[in-house]
Design a protein around this ligand. Structure first.
Ligand SMILES: Nc1nc2c(ncn2[C@@H]2O[C@H](COP(=O)(O)OP(=O)(O)O)[C@@H](O)[C@H]2O)c(=O)[nH]1
Ligand SMILES: [Mg+2]
Length: 207
């Protein structure tokens, strides 16, 4: 009997399949205040179509989400962003962008479980927005680096000045980043991985 396939066979797209060479997959979270560029960063580096739960901001956010400084922002991440990037043939990062608004902090426990480290995105116009986020990472013992996402009208500060303003020890790396730029966002993730690696090698080094 003739058997004709009239429907295209639907399977996973090749971009969704992990190459056999991948031996390590790690979870990394991208955090920061509202409108700092988390969704943008995950979108610019992800090699799979990022899963994002952007929704048009509704009345629910009015008076709750602080939109001062981000008046043009009309979408907000409700649950999280998710993406993937291969840093080498063996190493893959799974990226989770977490909502910065306080009303979503109940999600943090699950999102931080198993996370090796975090990138804290900063907007220098709203530095104080990152304080809570960094405090929460410290509480949970999640190592992080700080990436300054450069907005055109944001003031530029030297790294030592920012370090002082954010009360961060020398060990926490602070870098510049353009979340819209794939290479720059990838560099931020590489910096985090190098930092995590250095933490690991210093703790395992013989005294
Ligand atoms: N100029 C500039 N704009 C950016 C940059 N990153 C994000 N944006 C814009 O800032 C807005 C907020 O970014 P979004 O990724 O949604 O922020 P999130 O709330 O942290 O996820 C969007 O309109 C982005 O296009 C950046 O590096 N430079
Ligand atoms: Mg977002």
């Amino acid at each position: 009997m003739d058997c004709k396939i009239s429907e295209p066979i639907v399977g996973p797209r090749s971009e969704d399949i992990l190459p056999a060479s991948v031996s390590t997959a790690v979870k990394v979270v991208i955090v920061g205040g509202f409108g700092v560029g988390k969704t943008t960063l995950v979108g610019s580096v992800s090699e799979i179509r990022p899963l994002t739960t952007e929704e048009t901001m509704t009345q629910a956010g009015v008076g709750v989400d602080d939109t001062a400084g981000v008046e043009r922002k009309t979408e907000t991440t409700v649950a999280m962003d998710f993406g993937r990037i291969s840093l080498s043939e063996e190493l893959v990062l799974y990226l989770f962008g977490t909502p910065g608004q306080q009303r979503f902090w109940f999600l943090w426990n699950g999102l931080f479980e198993g996370a090796l480290g975090a990138v804290v995105l900063i907007d220098t116009r709203r530095l104080e927005d990152s304080f809570d986020v960094m405090g929460r990472l410290e509480e949970r013992g999640v190592p992080f680096i700080v990436a300054i996402n450069a907005f055109p009208d944001a003031p530029h500060y030297a790294v030592p000045e920012l370090r002082k303003a954010m009360d961060l020890p020398e060990s926490v790396r602070i870098i510049d980043c353009d979340a819209r730029d794939r290479a720059s966002s990838r560099d931020a993730l590489l910096t985090l991985m190098r930092y995590l690696y250095s933490l690991n090698t210093t703790t395992t080094e013989p005294q």
